[in-house]
Every structure is written in C-alpha cells, then in structure tokens.
Design a protein around this ligand. Structure first.
Ligand SMILES: Cc1cc2nc3c(=O)[nH]c(=O)nc-3n(C[C@H](O)[C@H](O)[C@H](O)COP(=O)(O)OP(=O)(O)OC[C@H]3O[C@@H](n4cnc5c(N)ncnc54)[C@H](O)[C@@H]3O)c2cc1C
Length: 396
C-alpha cells in the first residue's frame, strides 16, 4: 500500500499503530503517577525546585520516553509524526511545563541541518542526554517578522563575531547549546553557540504568566561573541528555523488537545459531584452545554492535528502540510483557551484557586496563541496557501 494512498482516497487519519497506542498509554501513566503529584508540590511552593527537571528527565529516560523521534542510528525509534503527536498529547496533560519531560524529543531538525563534525561536537551530547539546546531567533524588534532580525555575524579570519540581542530564549537557563539566528553577509544564518562562550550575556530572566514553569525564557545579549567558522550551520538559517517552527507548531496543537482532554475530564467529574440547589450541577443545561461545546471542539482539534501529522508522514507537499499544521495550531490553541475558560467557570471559586489545575491551565494555555507564531500569523499562512494553491489540497 502506498503511503500516500490514505490522503488520495480521502482517508484523512490512519488508526494509531499498536506500538504507538502502547507508548501513549505508558506516557499517560507516567504523567498521572510521576508528574501530577509534583504539580501540587509546585503549586504549594510557588516554584520549580532546582534539580527537579534533571531528576525527572532521568526518570523519563529510564522509562524509555526520550529521543523517540530520532533516526535509529542515533538510538531513536524514528517515531512517525503521528506517533509524536499522540505522545505529545499526553505531555499536555501536565501543567507547569512538566509535560516536556515526557515528550523529550531529540534534536531531529538540528541533525538534518548540521555537518557531521557539528553533529559530533554539538549535537551528540544532546542526543546522549548530557545537554539540552535552546533556540534564539526572536529579538526585541523581530518577533512575528523574524526576517527583521538585526543581530549580525561578521567574519574575522576563521571566526565569526556575533552582535545583537535575543529575547524569550526558552530553556536558556538549562541549555548547553544555543542555536542563534544572525545575519551573515545579510543572509539569516544559524550559529551553534556553547554555553559559557565569552560575550554571551544573560541580561535577565523575566517572569511570565505561566510561572512557575520548568523553563526560564532568557533575554540574551551577544556582545562581540566569537565562534569558529565550524559553528556556522551550512544550510539556510531561515529555512532551518522554519522547519523547527513547523514541528513545534504541530506539537503545540497536540499539547493543547491533551490539556483540553484533561480539563474536560476534570470538569465532567466535578459536575456530577457538585450539588447546587439540590441537584448535581451536571443536570443543568448551562453546564451541559459548556461540556458539550468543549468536547465537540476537542474532537475537531484532534482530528485536525492527527490529520496534519499524517500529511507529513504520507509525504504530502510540505507547503500543504505546513498550512495544515497552521490550521491545527490555530484551532487547537484557541479551542484550549475556550475550554480552560469554561472549565474555570464550571469549578467557579475552586477553579480560580492556584492549587487547582484549571487555574493553571487558564494562565498557561494563553501562550499557545502567541509562541511559534501568533494566531494572526497562522491565519496569514493559511490564507496565503488558499490564495496560491486553491482550496482542494487544504480541505481534503
Ligand atoms: C513564553 C515565550 C517563550 C518563547 N520562546 C521562544 C524561543 O525559545 N525562541 C525564540 O526565538 N522565540 C521564542 N518566543 C518568541 C515568540 O515566538 C514570539 O513572541 C512570537 O513569534 C510573537 O512575536 P512578538 O511577541 O514580537 O509579537 P509581534 O510580532 O510584535 O506581534 C504583535 C501583534 O501584532 C500581530 N501581528 C504581527 N504581524 C502581523 C501581521 N502581518 N498581520 C497581522 N497581525 C500581525 C501579532 O499577531 C500580535 O498580535 C517565545 C515567546 C514567549 C512569550
């Protein structure tokens, strides 16, 4: 059977293979047993304890959850996009960013872009689990419009001198490697910058709406930072960043689906339990309608997300798969925001307390409409695809 056949025949989503179903069930158990109790502790302490991340990452690795997306030669399982999405949904079922621990994807995009020497020096430590990476693309004056980046890289003999600023570098607090976008001879180019390189200055680690969170988002200054020519990623920087964005967008959609699923389950149980005016609130249509709308929208978002993932696996035109990913990210992130809002309403006063998952999701899901491209940028991508290629490739 040709891999592209399901799309050609209109079968938009294949069934999850048994090994992916088994993996998803194990991840769900890990999240429930290992991460949910920690969420309560973080809520009580108001902070993610130092060291907790690495300890949990070690446990997730032992349980077999890391690098599953990597090719087999790097010790991965070459998990399909559909498999990754199915796993990432489970990651969405933990708050405080703890889900990143179970969906510990390896640096596949980097492996595809880097030279063999760069892989050996910079990427292998990440694959081995000794290090993590952080992407430094955005700047104060270049967010949605990342073509506007002002950071420069100027050649000096065998070295490049990087100057500029980088904002919101997620995981910069833990990273051993920063993937930095700067203009070299006016071309956006990626550079691999090791932690501790002189001239890599952490300006601040601002607090965000989703704090306490496992990762900090650093503001960096590149202050005449020197790297060897061997640290320049040869393939086009802009294209490289776009590949990373696309995968991340799909994974955001998946996490939003997982979050909404957990929220709806919590609210359904509570609606059956909570009695007001002599009856469980689940018997009131006002509550039923909120649950019904949430469930309906969740299914729509899941179908879109799985479909977009399958488009990649089935070898669809990458531009079309990208457009479908934008639709999934746009719809799933906005759906999750609506669901969180309704679920806070169903829990009411309890849902407004910070030791309640509904309160945390209400704050934490907000960023999914912003990072890796805002909702407006996703709409632009979708509209441009429609205007250029017509409706058929996107609506089937
Ligand atoms: C918590 C967090 C973590 C992040 N992590 C990273 C990271 O690890 N690495 C990294 O490089 N970046 C990261 N980012 C940056 C993120 O990707 C950007 O914030 C995002 O792309 C939006 O850019 P901006 O905030 O500058 O908004 P702007 O681009 O200034 O947009 C402002 C508003 O204008 C709208 N807008 C802009 N252009 C258009 C247009 N053409 N048409 C219509 N509306 C438009 C936007 O949708 C938005 O509503 C992170 C951000 C956050 C908040």
């Amino acid at each position: 059977v040709s891999l592209t056949e399901p799309i050609a025949t209109g079968l938009a989503i294949p069934e999850l293979p048994p090994d992916v179903r088994e993996l998803k069930a194990r991840a769900a158990r890990f999240v429930r047993e290992e991460l949910h109790p920690i969420e309560d502790r973080i809520a009580a302490d108001g902070d993610v304890e130092p060291g907790l991340y690495w300890e949990l990452k070690r446990r997730a690795r032992e349980a077999g959850f890391s690098n599953l997306n990597l090719p087999e030669e790097y010790g991965g399982r070459d998990l399909s996009m559909l498999g990754q999405v199915a796993l990432e949904e489970e990651a969405g079922k933990a708050t405080n960013g703890l889900g990143f621990i179970v969906a510990d994807r390896g640096p596949r995009e980097l492996l595809a872009m880097a030279t063999p020497e760069q892989i050996e020096r910079y990427v292998q430590p990440i694959v081995r689990g000794d290090a993590t990476e952080a992407w430094a693309i955005t700047e104060a004056n270049a967010g949605s419009d990342h073509n506007a980046i002002a950071a420069t890289a100027v050649r000096d003999g065998d070295e490049w001198v990087l100057t500029g600023d980088k904002w919101y570098v997620t995981g910069g607090d833990k990273a051993s490697l920063y993937i930095v976008l700067a203009r070299a001879d006016r071309e956006p180019t990626l550079f691999l910058v090791e932690r501790g390189t002189p001239g890599l200055v952490v300006v601040r680690e601002p607090r965000f709406m989703h704090d306490p969170y496992v990762y900090k988002h650093q503001e960096l200054r590149l202050d005449d930072l020197r790297v060897p020519d061997a640290a320049r990623v040869p393939s086009g920087g802009d294209a490289g960043a776009k590949v990373w964005f696309t995968t991340e967008r799909l994974m955001i959609a998946a996490r939003c689906c997982g979050s909404a699923e957990r929220l709806i389950e919590l609210a359904t149980d509570w609606a059956k339990e909570r009695v007001a005016f002599g009856r469980p609130i689940a018997e009131y249509q006002a509550i039923q309608f909120m649950l019904a709308d949430s469930l309906t929208e969740l299914l729509a978002a899941r179908l879109m997300t799985y479909h977009a993932a399958h488009a990649f696996d089935a070898g669809a035109d990458p531009k079309v798969a990208h457009g479908k990913t934008s639709m999934a990210k746009l719809y799933a992130s906005e759906m999750a925001g609506r669901v969180a809002d309704r679920v806070v309403q169903i829990f009411a006063g309890r849902g407004y307390m910070s030791d309640h998952p509904a309160e945390r999701y209400y704050r934490e899901l907000r960023v999914d409409r912003i990072w890796e491209g805002t909702s407006e940028i996703q709409r632009l991508i979708i509209a441009r695809g429609l205007l250029k290629r017509g409706l058929a490739p996107y609506a089937s």
